[in-house]
Design a protein around this ligand. Structure first.
Ligand code: TMP
Length: 214
């Protein structure tokens, strides 16, 4: 049986890492994943060795050497193509579960709504990079732009995080619009960690029940 593919998305500072650790802990202690299968935790950009290099090109660069928006889009797509082929597809095919910190939603939100690149072009590249692999469930951890800025006030951000308020507002709008899709679940990341994890658990259980009942 094919494994499950779950994605966590959100604007910078929404607490993805904390929640991914919590879900991983819960899943490993549950009997939801068959004994012979594993839980794979991964991320974009950077879920592979090549992807780590692409991540560094994308994020650890100064304004002077920053990629053009179209170059940026192609690099995220290249990272994804590698990630899907090297990690995600083989894992799901053998029945493993995959949790990814970001996936295609981030490209729609950041490059589409943030950079204003053509959504049709982004979706076309998505089709090429993913070749039919899509998440079973995507969680948006929702915080306001103000909260995102506040939570990151004392740390130096990467190139994307330094883009400023207007850019982030557009990205945030993009994520909210993606939640119209029934495979997306928006969770307020202003709630306590316990409340957030219990909502995530509930949705994962619902997904499994729906599949069981056809
Ligand atoms: P993070 O791993 O700390 O969330 O940082 C990744 C950054 O890359 C974040 O600012 C969002 C950005 N990003 C995009 O702009 N487009 C994408 O397709 C992905 C996956 C991430």
């Amino acid at each position: 049986m094919k494994g499950k593919f779950i994605v966590i998305e959100g604007i910078d500072g929404c607490g993805k890492t904390t929640q991914i650790n919590q879900v991983a802990k819960w899943l490993k202690g549950s009997n939801l994943i068959p004994n012979k299968n594993q839980l794979v935790i991964t991320r974009e950009p950077g879920g592979t060795k090549l992807g780590d290099s692409i991540r560094s090109l994308l994020l650890n660069t100064s304004k002077e050497t920053a990629p053009y928006s179209i170059t940026e889009l192609l690099l995220y797509a290249a990272d994804r193509a590698q990630h899907v082929n090297e990690i995600i597809r083989p894992a799901i095919t053998k029945g493993d579960w995959v949790i990814s910190d970001r996936f295609t939603g981030s490209t729609i939100a950041y490059q589409g709504y943030g950079r204003k690149l053509d959504i049709k072009l982004i979706k076309h590249l998505e089709t090429i990079a993913t070749d039919g692999i899509a998440p079973d469930l995507t969680f948006l951890l929702d915080i306001s732009v103000e909260e995102s800025i506040q939570r990151r006030i004392n740390r130096k951000g990467d190139r994307m995080e330094e883009e400023g308020r207007d850019f982030l507002s557009n990205v945030s709008l993009g994520f909210k619009e993606l939640c119209a899709n029934k495979k997306w679940k928006k969770i307020s990341a202003m709630k306590s960690e316990e409340e957030i994890i219990s909502e995530i658990k509930l949705e994962i259980k619902k997904l499994l029940n729906n599949e069981k009942n056809g």
